[in-house]
Design a protein around this ligand. Structure first.
Ligand SMILES: C[S@@+](CC[C@H](N)C(=O)[O-])C[C@H]1O[C@@H](n2cnc3c(N)ncnc32)[C@H](O)[C@@H]1O
Length: 294
């Protein structure tokens, strides 16, 4: 456990944390949109990749959530199949697309390791903003890559981003709160203070992040330390190392085209925050595996 400070947990407790860690952060979809409203660099990059691919086939978006990327893709004229397993996030996406020509959008509730689409039917697959970090074992990640290889047309492109594991951050004291920020909740209009802390489990490579929402005192980001947060939500992110990515993409029959350290094309160095990946399904039949074959 991080810093050797937290007590070891039973496998059932870890399972519970993982279930909470893939759900709770996405229960309040309005708050999710509010928190990531100013994130633009990934959006610009995914739009550019979609524009470049100029595929007549639909784009499949894995973990589309509230449609932060989906809606601009639709506005750019693409056909999109949006898959997510969280109803609250998809409900918000549905309200956003009411005003658009939603004949170009198909929303599917499902697991990205069992894609509800036909073989070779997608021109491009995207998995924006750490979606793949919710696959908590290497075999789930490989299963997802194999599914991507199955549904992509030969020569089709797969783009995704996941965080680059940050050793210093992972090993921070699990009790200390970081990123204290005051904000007004977009729906309740309550003044709140956001903070996070986390515990890293070395064995499973999962960071169990706790996001705390305290009532704010006064105008700053102060809280009453003796009063528990109004809400704490779990977010579990499995850390994925670059060599693991290269290996699993290869096993799934996908070719790595680029692995960069940000959305501006910088190299993957120790200062990089993300791993920004472009992979491709080989253009010929000989280069790809049958579904389910390892
Ligand atoms: C960080 S959000 C990203 C949402 C959106 N791509 C964006 O950029 O804002 C991760 C999304 O992945 C979804 N997700 C996580 N694991 C999933 C799985 N196994 N199958 C389908 N969706 C999943 C979550 O429900 C959530 O909506």
């Amino acid at each position: 456990m991080a810093g050797g400070k937290a007590a070891p947990k039973s496998s059932r407790a870890i399972e519970r944390l993982m279930r909470a860690g893939t759900n709770e952060h996405y229960d309040d979809a309005a708050l999710y949109d509010f928190e990531y409203d100013d994130q633009r660099d990934d959006l610009v990059w995914y739009r550019a990749r979609a524009r470049e691919s100029s595929t007549p086939h639909p784009i499949l978006e894995l973990g589309a959530g509230t449609g932060r990327i989906t809606v601009p893709l639709l506005e750019d004229g693409h056909r999109v199949v949006a898959v997510d397993r969280k109803q609250s996030m998809l409900d918000r996406l549905k309200t956003k697309v009411q005003r658009l020509d939603d004949a170009r959008l198909k929303i599917m509730e499902g697991d990205i390791c069992e894609l509800p689409v036909d073989d070779h039917s997608m021109g491009m697959v995207l998995a924006p903003f750490n979606v793949l970090m919710h696959l908590y074992t290497w075999d789930r990640l490989l299963r997802c890559f194999e599914e991507v290889a199955r549904v992509l047309r030969p020569g089709g492109i797969f783009c995704f981003d996941v965080l680059l594991p940050d050793l210093e951050w992972l090993l921070l004291d699990p009790e200390l709160h970081h990123c204290r920020t005051r904000f007004i909740h977009p729906e309740t209009k309550r003044a709140m203070v956001y903070s996070t802390n986390h515990t890293y489990d070395h064995e499973t490579q999962v960071a169990h992040i706790r996001i705390h929402y305290h009532d704010a005192i006064g105008r700053g980001a102060r809280v009453r330390p003796e009063v528990p947060p109004r809400k704490t939500v779990q977010l579990a992110h499995r850390q994925i190392w670059p060599e693991e990515l290269r290996c699993l993409l290869h096993l799934a029959g996908l070719r790595l085209r680029s692995l960069e350290g940000d959305f501006e094309g910088d190299r993957l160095t120790q200062d990089a925050e993300s791993q920004v990946v472009v992979a491709q399904k080989p253009p010929t039949k000989h280069g790809h595996k049958k579904s389910g074959q390892r």
